[in-house]
Design a protein around this ligand. Sequence first.
Ligand SMILES: Nc1nc2c(ncn2[C@@H]2O[C@H](COP(=O)(O)OP(=O)(O)OP(=O)(O)O)[C@@H](O)[C@H]2O)c(=O)[nH]1
Ligand SMILES: [Mg+2]
Length: 284
Amino acid sequence: MNAKQRVERLIKQAQLILKEKKHQLDTNNESETPVVATWGLMNAGKSYLLNMLTHNIDKEYFKTNDIRETAEVHRLVADGCVFLDTPGLDANAEDNAEALKGVAQADVVLFVHQLQGELEQVEVDFLKEVANSFGKYASENIIIVISKIDKESPEKVKEIQEKILKQCRDELGFSPQCFQISNTRYHKGEKEHKDVLIEQSHILLLRDHIQKLIKENANHVRKQRKNHKLQQYQTELVAIERELKQLQTEIFTPYYQALKKVDDHILDVIRPEVKAREKQYNEL
Ligand SMILES: Nc1nc2c(ncn2[C@@H]2O[C@H](COP(=O)(O)OP(=O)(O)OP(=O)(O)O)[C@@H](O)[C@H]2O)c(=O)[nH]1
Ligand SMILES: [Mg+2]
């Protein structure tokens, strides 16, 4: 890429950032309905969980599948919230970006992790940036949901939960609430009116917790995330400005050097010659 193309690219980037910044500043978040988003690796049980939280027992509103299913953000309003289902992470870069778009709007993030062991490195990496954007609200408003607990013994679930919470504390610097849930238990419990299964699914506990959180702090969280975003834009703009200045120097340095050469030539060669001619002339 030549210098001209680099300058054009930087200017385009800056224009985009300024547009997004203006959009952020123009949006009055306070009147919006609170947003809850699921997020996590493929097949973790995100869509199934949202069906259970949004009372979709008989019919799947959010499609579920054993293979990669959700490829774009889907939304549903229920219980006074907007619920967002996002594509599973780590299928491809486009899906990851799409999922992050959903998460960027959320007041509450349900990070769904299926019971296979502690958080994978890729999950830790994804959580890092989002936890940062939540600032002091990260511990409250990012909830770790361990799904499919019907597949393991309670002891094993507890052991995995402890490991995950340690990872969050040590590697991510926040201490989230953790819910151990089973979508299938809740589904069966609702269908067959089995209260014990409903209770053992912990879905109602999670639903109540989300409602409580949203009433308490949704607006503050948005402000926090908005400020974080604005700060990020500012940092990016400063970096672009620095790069443009650097390019300016790179572009003009050869011209300055050429000019200086002409200058030096005048000083070294032409001026003495002019002086010599002047002297000759004066001696006439
Ligand atoms: N045993 C058990 N299976 C579950 C549970 N939750 C989801 N599943 C199954 O796990 C598979 C994936 O569920 P989805 O809800 O589609 O997972 P997802 O995270 O939305 O997947 P993507 O959209 O592809 O990222 C499906 O076969 C579900 O039936 C659960 O609590 N227990
Ligand atoms: Mg899904």
